[in-house]
Design a protein around this ligand. Structure first.
Ligand code: HEC
Ligand code: HEC
Ligand code: HEC
Ligand code: HEC
Ligand code: HEC
Length: 259
């Protein structure tokens, strides 16, 4: 068995996790409350940024998809923050004289990265991977909240182990069709532009909606083109099966996240 978290593990935090009464009575309770507080987890904390970049303007008002900037989120364990070139695709023309954009132009001219202050941080001894969550239909909003309404970026969830585990025990409560992953307003009963229930498309289904039987014959997934269920209970159960999401025993196994 490999060593799991020797260095970073502080005995008080371990005691809190294991519920040991190291410090008797109310002090222990106070400590547990501190551990979950916004102060300790960083929820809602605004970090000063070199440029006052607003997701509310760019995602909410202009409607730019998350993946235009966070290009690696679908195939990599991490979600990149965009290079200055991505900003300049637009800002060579738009707001090109604005003082607010000085650091952006300087970065572009000098070829140096903008020193964005990191907002989310999972400790190094826990393994997190964006691409699998995105591929299995967990929406950005489930973990990052309404980014389309944020001016400066803040963390909205604790990112504590108990938070990861709560979803890993019942992922069906959070699964959505893959094409809805970056939507901030998706609900299962949302109607399409024609006023009817939305239907499953190839991009919603694994292997682009193709099934291959044991003789190698290819057929279309029978869900293709059918109306989507309009409750989370039905949608979650269906997608859990379709996306082959493993069960709670596997997903809460310590070695899943502590490798
Ligand atoms: C126009 C480019 C752009 C778009 C579109 C965009 N982002 Fe960002 N995002 C950034 C930049 C730049 C940062 C770094 C500054 C900051 O933290 O606000 C960032 C930071 C973040 C962070 C915090 C990273 C950290 O430091 O922990 C999250 C989470 C995030 N974006 C999610 C989203 C989501 C979800 C969407 C879609 C709703 C989205 N972004 C759309 C450019 C963009
Ligand atoms: C797809 C085009 C597009 C991209 C890409 C883009 N912007 Fe913008 N940005 C705009 C537009 C349009 C406005 C004006 C918004 C308004 O006035 O409502 C704007 C406004 C701004 C402003 C002024 C304050 C505000 O939010 O209104 C800042 C600062 C800014 N952008 C920074 C950035 C940075 C940094 C990046 C790269 C991470 C970036 N933009 C990428 C189109 C873009
Ligand atoms: C299952 C929860 C979850 C989902 C879904 C999720 N994220 Fe994250 N995101 C996290 C966590 C946890 C971190 C912190 C990772 C770390 O510190 O290593 C993070 C960090 C980030 C960062 C900072 C860079 C990085 O990778 O550390 C960006 C940008 C980001 N997320 C964007 C997105 C976008 C865009 C989506 C949707 C396409 C998304 N995230 C979906 C949990 C999630
Ligand atoms: C909102 C739901 C949700 C949250 C929150 C969440 N996950 Fe997951 N996670 C999933 C789903 C769904 C899968 C896919 C399971 C599968 O394919 O069987 C998954 C898979 C994983 C995997 C498996 C990766 C692989 O390569 O097999 C790891 C590791 C993981 N999550 C870590 C984390 C960590 C760490 C956190 C907290 C920081 C977290 N998750 C939070 C839903 C979630
Ligand atoms: C779904 C992912 C996931 C699984 C499964 C998981 N952990 Fe964790 N664990 C985390 C994350 C994320 C952290 C760091 C955040 C925190 O401190 O809560 C963490 C932190 C810890 C810590 C350190 C707490 C601290 O503050 O120092 C211990 C001890 C721990 N985990 C033990 C376990 C054990 C034992 C299991 C199996 C029963 C387990 N974990 C399963 C994600 C997970």
């Amino acid at each position: 068995m490999p060593q799991i978290f020797p260095k970073a593990m502080n005995p008080i935090a371990r005691a809190v996790i294991l519920g040991l009464p190291v410090i008797a009575g109310s002090t222990g309770v106070g400590l547990a409350a501190f551990y979950r507080s916004g102060y300790a987890t960083g929820i809602g904390e605004i970090r000063p940024q070199p440029v006052a970049f607003s997701h509310a303007h760019h995602s909410g008002q202009l409607g730019i998809d998350c993946r235009y900037c966070h290009t690696t989120v679908e195939y990599s364990h991490f979600a990149n923050v965009p290079p200055t070139k991505t900003c300049m695709n637009c800002h060579q023309q738009i707001w090109q004289g604005a003082d607010m954009l000085d650091p952006v132009r300087k970065s572009y001219k000098e070829g140096t990265a903008i020193p964005w202050e990191r907002v989310h941080n999972v400790p190094h001894y826990a393994y997190f991977n964006h691409s699998i969550h995105v591929a299995k239909g967990v929406g950005c909003v489930s973990c990052h909240g309404r980014m389309d309404q944020m001016n400066l970026t803040v963390q909205t969830q604790t990112l504590l182990m108990e938070w990861c585990l709560a979803c890993h025990r019942e992922p069906e409560k959070h699964l959505r069709p893959r094409t809805e992953v970056t939507s901030m307003t998706y609900t299962p009963d949302q109607k399409g532009p024609d006023g009817n229930r939305k239907r499953f498309t190839r991009d919603d289904l694994p292997n682009r909606g193709r099934l291959v039987d044991d003789k190698g014959r290819v057929t279309d997934n029978p869900l293709l083109g059918t109306e989507r269920p309009d409750t989370q209970a039905e949608m979650g159960a269906l997608l859990k099966e379709e996306y082959r999401v493993r069960n709670a025993v596997v997903l809460t196994n310590c070695s899943m996240c502590h490798r």
